[in-house]
Design a binder for this molecule. Structure first.
Ligand code: FES
Length: 160
């Protein structure tokens, strides 16, 4: 201690920080981050709900593909505005289309040619591919139907 310069010496000893004081310091530093983490998902949810509604309203029809690109007993997922959708070429040659959002918890559904069903991989929910009616598993409601027309050899899906 003899070799320490005079200006470095202090009369105030360094006080140890207590547990409570340390926790206050940590909370003070990280509180803004925690608030951001908590608020941001709520903000995203609320803002995406508004844009989904406006986007769905702006899209009234989608040309999905050519008829020969969708063989009998196959389905094709596509985007209908901001929402996933599904068109199916049924075994009787007819076409059916639905919003492809599972009515259980919102997973995207797909057509299963091996079972001739619309299937949700999340919890095994099944829908009738002709009507969109929920037939097994947890989905509580049918899939919302869309209208399919063949125009100039193309499959066109619309709201009405
Ligand atoms: S989200 Fe489709 S069955 Fe659960």
């Amino acid at each position: 201690m003899e070799n320490v310069p005079k200006e470095w010496k202090t009369t105030d000893p360094i006080k140890p920080v207590g547990r409570k004081q340390f926790m206050k310091m940590v909370l003070g530093v990280f509180s803004p981050s925690w608030a951001g983490i908590a608020i941001y998902p709520v903000y995203r949810y609320l803002s995406s709900g508004n844009s989904d509604a406006s986007s769905s309203q702006t899209v009234s029809s989608v040309t999905v593909c050519k008829v020969n690109e969708l063989p009998v007993n196959t389905g094709k997922n596509f985007q209908f505005g901001s929402s996933p959708a599904l068109v199916i070429h049924a075994q009787d040659g007819s076409f059916h289309a639905f919003k492809a959002v599972c009515t259980h918890l919102g997973c995207t559904v797909q057509y299963r040619p091996d079972k001739s069903l619309i299937w949700c991989a999340c919890h095994g929910g099944c829908y009738n591919p002709d009507t969109g009616k929920n037939v097994s598993g947890p989905p509580p409601k049918p899939l919302p139907a869309l209208v399919v027309k063949v125009e100039n050899d193309s499959i066109v899906v619309s709201i009405s």
